[in-house]
Design a protein around this ligand. Structure first.
Ligand SMILES: [Zn+2]
Ligand SMILES: [Zn+2]
Length: 314
């Protein structure tokens, strides 16, 4: 199972109930953090994500609302004695930002911190998880991220194994585990020969801040979960264009066109308070739309079913 935890669902100005953008993805001892807005350290604690986890941070762009929390998070980890190395990925300006934070506010860390300047392409691959960055259309250089979870090979088919002449026993187990085996006569049988085709990887896509654009549309194609900014509603479409953001209606259209399964709207302007207008605009176009809220969790199971839980974890 993979879990998505919204640490901050706000945009530009945090409100009483919504912090700056930050989304954690948990999977088998890993925490991937997408953006690190202000107060991420306290939200991280509230969500009980754990101190010394294997972790990587992916920053979409260096606008303040997406990075203000990074020094605080590093400080917290240091004060609590984190030891595992931490890799941070994002646009090249991030290197300077972290370096200046470390030198000017005495932010030494108890663990190795590496900042990687990245562009579009695959940037992370561990266990069954991989992350690909893609460029989006915002003000200045900005990225979105596609997180994929590769599912193991399909079901082992004993009848097929018999057909290939593989004797029942350890070789069946090896094939079922995805390995190839060599028969006594030297024939190689691969796992693919005797298992159902592996299911498609599950896909979670995060837009960062962007106008609706082709790279996002492409990444979002058949995504299991699309997390997208929806800064404005259509009555502020001009403002959305000027400031490089999306409207809820445009995002819902994009989700519909791309065959997305579940759309989560986040980063809406504080002018919409609890976001009724935002979700009200998206749902008639794309019914499976949900408004993010802080500490909301989404559990994505291997079979692709998603369960949304409120902040208390139920
Ligand atoms: Zn933003
Ligand atoms: Zn921005």
């Amino acid at each position: 199972m993979i879990e998505i935890v919204f640490l901050g669902s706000g945009g530009s100005i945090p409100t009483e109930t919504r912090n700056h953008p930050a989304i954690a993805i948990r999977y088998e001892g890993w925490v991937l953090l997408l953006d690190a807005g202000e107060d991420v350290q306290r939200q991280y604690e509230r969500a009980q994500l754990g101190l010394n986890k294997k972790m990587a941070i992916f920053v979409t762009h260096v606008h303040a609302d997406h990075v203000l929390g990074l020094p605080g998070l590093l400080l917290r980890f240091s004060l609590l004695g984190r030891t595992k190395p931490l890799n941070i990925y994002g646009p090249s300006e991030l290197i300077e930002y972290v370096k200046v934070s470390q030198s000017t506010i005495n932010l030494g860390t108890t663990f190795e911190t590496t900042v990687h300047a990245i562009g579009p392409g695959k940037v992370f691959n561990e266990q069954d998880l991989s992350v690909r960055a893609f460029e989006v259309d915002h003000r200045g250089y900005a990225l979105g991220y596609e997180v994929t979870w590769a599912r193991s090979t399909g079901r082992f088919l004993p009848a097929k194994a018999k057909e290939f002449g593989v004797p029942q026993g350890p070789q069946w187990r090896a094939l079922a585990a995805g390995e190839s085996v060599e028969l006594e006569d030297g024939t190689m049988v691969s796992s693919d020969d005797v298992t159902e085709p592996a299911p498609k990887p599950l896909k979670i896509v995060y837009s960062g801040d962007t106008r609706p654009c082709d790279t996002l549309r492409k990444a979002a194609k058949e995504a299991d979960v699309l997390i997208c900014e929806a800064m404005y509603t259509t009555d502020h479409a001009v403002l959305a264009e000027e400031r490089g953001h999306s409207t809820a209606a445009a995002v819902a259209e994009l989700a519909k066109d791309s065959g997305v399964k579940l759309l989560i709207l986040t980063h809406w302007s504080p002018r919409y308070h609890e976001g009724e207008e935002v979700i009200g605009e998206a749902r008639p176009i794309f019914p499976n739309s949900v408004l993010a809220h802080d500490l909301m969790r989404i559990r994505l199971r291997k079979d692709g079913t998603a369960t949304i839980m409120n902040s208390s974890g139920h």
